[in-house]
Design a protein around this ligand. Structure first.
Ligand SMILES: C[S@@+](CC[C@H](N)C(=O)[O-])C[C@H]1O[C@@H](n2cnc3c(N)ncnc32)[C@H](O)[C@@H]1O
Length: 352
């Protein structure tokens, strides 16, 4: 069985998305936000699930009464199922009670488990990575989530599974990232761009050129300018004064949907408030015409029920992108965010 995590109360949205993705998918709610399904996950066509925060592939229920027993369970699984010569990561989490519940238990289990590795499998301990960077083809992932002090689920995903399923298995524990804050930014929208970069595993860099559509009041441009990039900002309203005065920013007053760069740019950033189908169409157009090398675009929703409008992105973008994700950010749970990196040269057209 596979377990998918979503925001509590959003289980029906994820159920619908699973049914759109896997025809006839049966789901069972195991704990708040935690859905079980037995669908076949194909590594050749890994699923894209915007409303899944995290996936535990091939999870199995586990029980243990003491810290020592939990550590033993983990040790047995890791020692028998992980390759001895490749990096791996461990996500240990509690999924019960309120915020912070189970935190101590998880910490003690981690310490006991590391101690066992130190005594019995030093090589595996050396290969244990603390990183939150995107998975490589050689990275394995072990996830143990406690749903009560004495029960939980264990998922062991040897390499290359985490990499193959990277559109819904995240390198962050429970798929979560803390929301960044910067009081000097013009608005809290700043946190969305920072999170999207972390999820993509790539940041806007000095000397790059960004088009920022729907840029006002200017948080996304602010991030790009602070990194030393040049920005072409497009909005109906001007950005904050200091940003407008920045020599690396060019402002175009007008309709974001009518704007096209003279030459391809490094980044398309787009946070326009528009109907979801318009934003979906915009990103597809920019990517198909290779107007940008990378993109981060938000898709806003007015009410529930519109989420099927994301489906064209899931089908069209993976073959056009080297990396790609479609998810709901922790920094804004009312919208989806699609981001990607295009290959250096366009993918070959199939012979017709
Ligand atoms: C959520 S705000 C963008 C916030 C911005 N990313 C930031 O970090 O400050 C959305 C912006 O989209 C702009 N907008 C909406 N429709 C637009 C259109 N058709 N063309 C240009 N701008 C548009 C609005 O004026 C608004 O400033």
């Amino acid at each position: 069985m596979h377990l998918f995590l979503t925001e509590p109360a959003d289980e029906p949205i994820l159920c619908d998305e699973l049914k759109r993705t896997f025809v006839g998918a049966e789901t069972e709610l195991l704990a708040p936000g935690l859905l079980r399904t037995d669908v076949q996950l194909q590594s050749a066509t890994p699923p894209v699930l915007a409303f899944a925060r995290q996936l535990l592939p091939n999870a199995e229920p586990v029980n243990a009464v003491s810290i020592r027993e939990w550590s033993e369970r983990l040790f047995e699984a890791v020692a028998s199922r992980l390759p001895e010569s490749q990096p791996w990561r461990l996500h240990l989490a509690a999924h019960y009670g309120g915020e912070g519940a189970g935190g101590n238990r998880v910490r003690f289990i981690r310490e006991a488990f590391r101690e066992q590795l130190r005594k019995r499998r030093r090589q595996l301990l050396r290969l244990l990575e603390q990183a939150e960077t995107p998975f490589h083809e050689t990275t394995s992932l072990v996830q143990l989530w406690l749903t009560a002090p004495d029960t939980g689920f264990l998922s062991v995903a040897p390499a290359p599974t985490p990499w193959q399923l990277r559109r819904c298995v995240w390198p962050f524990v429970k798929g979560e990232l803390p929301v960044a804050s910067d009081k000097a930014a013009p608005s809290r929208a700043f946190a969305k761009l920072v999170e999207a970069e972390q999820r993509l595993g790539l940041r806007i860099a000095a000397e790059e050129t960004c088009v920022d559509l729907g840029a006002c009041p200017g948080s996304w441009s602010y991030v790009a300018l602070n990194r030393g990039a040049r920005v072409i900002a497009v909005d109906r309203s001007p950005l904050r004064e200091d940003l407008m005065a920045n020599p690396r920013l060019t402002f175009h007053q007008g309709d974001a949907f009518k704007f096209g760069p003279e030459i391809p740019v490094d980044w398309l950033l787009c946070d326009v408030i528009a109907a979801p189908e318009r934003s979906v169409e915009l990103v597809l157009e920019w990517v198909r015409q290779r107007r940008c090398r990378r993109f981060i675009v938000t898709i806003k929703f007015k009410g529930q029920g519109d989420y099927g409008k994301l489906e064209p992105l899931k089908h069209a973008l993976p073959p056009l992108c080297k990396e790609f994700f479609l998810t709901r950010l922790c920094a804004n749970k009312n919208e989806a965010c699609v981001a990607g990196i295009l290959p250096e040269s366009p993918p070959a057209q199939p012979n017709s």
